[in-house]
Design a protein around this ligand. Sequence first.
Ligand code: PHE
Ligand code: ZN
Length: 850
Amino acid sequence: MKDAGPQPIYLKDYTPPAYLVDDVHLTFQLSPNTTRVISRVRFCKNPDAASAEFFLHGEDLRLMWAKIDGVSIAPDVTEKGLTCDVPANAFTWEAEVEIDPANNTALEGLYMSNGMYCTQCEAEGFRKITYFPDRPDVMAVYTVRIESDLPVLLSNGNPTVSGAGFAEWHDPWPKPSYLFALVAGDLIPTSDQFTTASGKDVALNIYARKGDETKCAYALDALKRSMTWDENVYGREYDLDIFNIVAVDDFNAGAMENKGLNIFNSAYVLASPETATDANFESIEAVIAHEYFHNWTGNRITCRDWFQLCLKEGLTVFRDQQFTGDMRSKAVKRIDDAVALRAYQFREDNGPLAHPVRPESFVEINNFYTATVYEKGAEVIGMLKRLVGDEKYAEALDLYFTRHDGDAATIEDWLAVFEDVTGRDMTQFKRWYTQAGTPRITVTDSFENGTYTLKLTQETRPTPGQPDKKPQVIPVAIGLLAPDGTEVVPTTMLELTEDAQSFTFEGLTEKPVPSILRDFSAPVIINHDQDTKTRAFLLAHDTDPFNRWEAGHALATEVVMRMVTDDVAPDPAFLDGLAAVMRDDNLDPAFRARIVGEMPRQDDIAQRLFEQGRTPDPMAIYRTFETLKVQIALHLQDITPRIYAAMQVPGSYSPAADAAGKRSLGNIALSLMSRLDGGKQAAQQYATADNMTQQLAALSALLKQGGGADQRADFFQQWRHEKLVMDKWFAVQVGTAAPEDAAATVKSLTKHPLFDMRNPNRFRAVLGAFSGNAAGFHMADGSGYNLLADWLIKLDPVNPQTAARMTTAFDSWKRYDANRQAHMVAALQRILKNPEISGDVAEMITRLLD
Ligand code: PHE
Ligand code: ZN
């Protein structure tokens, strides 16, 4: 019989751990192929557990010996762990294992990157380091000794003793094993210090490879601002004597919040004006904040089990979004978050991978670090805050921190603090955690005798395993504008709880224009038939900046849809609207850039066509955008050079929001100008740029016009020793390639000496950028699908997590014509038949094909 493969585990099957751990002592004798890990763990029976079976997780470990209370034993060892008989009372487990970090290309557990040792344990990587109950509800105090000749030896907590060839660390805060970390390498610190509100001094260090220490200042500054912000806004202080961050070039994710020792993908730490773009600076600030904020939302209060992942991730993303909104422009941040949510999370909700914010089952937890858990999880927190109000939200959070400090908690615990603080029943609200799918709200309205009636209905379509959906509690922020543009009803929160509900507004003299879902008050899709004139009116007059942008975005979408379906020219009213925004010097440049530059995504247009019962043609959509952009460039050609000139920021580079906003609008003007001037302005910008934002935008504009060969070569010569800049060099070529050239570009770049599939950033720079080149990836002959499948098959045995993540490029296969569908299904089946397939990838493909 065929092996059924790994079986799913279910939230409903949760049982408490049979044994609890008081403390853990670990000794690491580091050596590339034969690292020894000696563990001493104090166990006691959990009085709350039914079972007395002693099981320790352990994978890819060579057990040298094991003892209980000093007596040698011979446990039953399998591929997944071990069992043995243990005493009834508390006992001491000791073991020594050997592991091979140099050959750990999966980048999970203890591995090596450029000669340094580092760890990644979330979610279930600690079991690749030693035998242990590797589950988040087992929390313990860790003491770690590292033996190595490398100069920098780091672990969690505070340093205790060190000497020639060793260092010891002690972390007084009980933590789950997924927050364990160790780093050893020849690293240079960039240091500072921070005094907490209660006067405690904290040493801050960011460690990087030699040469990169010049690029840590911005991250360090962002860290201090994060520490201050969390004290001021959430009343949360840091709780150790030292906070270390390490930049690692080979890393599967963005970064990791290990207690007192955050480990970062170097892309989210290292920045200089010459090597990092404004967008890089902004994401560094956000990720530094995110990982720091986890110290309270994740570490001090952790998750009972991995089904509760959104407990720490949704809340921490929400907190980092608030932080960025406070550091930069709130309105622009909200727009950026909504754009990302729609691009990744709505797409996920619409396809075979849809799952609730709190999933009910999984095979491989690594496959659930998704936009739904993170970004929709953050939206759910934002809705709670809107529904209970800022004051009650603050009270609820205070209660959460005092009540659950030191706990491994659940979503039920989280909702209970809101119930206790507000007296409100959260039963219906909880559906946001348990029901998958994006609610769709249909808006109709009427006006009679001075009374305006707004009727809202909600519907959520079936998702895998959830055919029937119940109505959710949806906070719908609205405002009403009089036809002359004045606001007659300011922002008001409507609570939609039924399938259909009407809301009335009395005493109005004329039928108002509604502005619905202000500030994107809920992660829903609004169906609202508004004509072009009304959208143009809202674009000009809405007092809510998000909805002002939204009106422009809806207009653009409507224009593109009509161009695709009716083969018409873009509506001049839309082009005039863009011109008016572009010209309006009262508007923040970053905001203008979002309206003029943030076109709907090709992928969104494909989904819309599909929902209208049409079959999207990726090439036709691509061509439509090309035509539209030329039309915009022509229509705005009298304004763009002036805007371009006005947006040049004099003096030395600053990554601050206002300067970044100007560069962003300036670069949009540049890309429009490049459509008409054959790249003249872009070549000039390339030649004179003193920062990566402008250098890269110029190169991109040139390549997009089919030119830029000299600049492409020059860029390579200038930056070939800078890994993060070379990632941009790879990605921009794939991203700007014409659809028919995209696969060939990928093929030649994967033969480049600097292409290395073992480095996730580099692999994503090429193959990730390829699936982002929608028309190139979806070439009708299936060449794009085959190329990606070939590479995922090659990557899987090397790095299953990254391979599994990238299978999501196929998640919209059901939208396309029979021919493309057949090519995609064949590509997926070929991946599935790979005899070396990992559990991670197998689960993804199985769900994709379902
Ligand atoms: N917990 C990390 C974060 O969101 C993400 C992560 C997950 C990193 C799994 C590595 C592995 O901050
Ligand atoms: Zn996180």
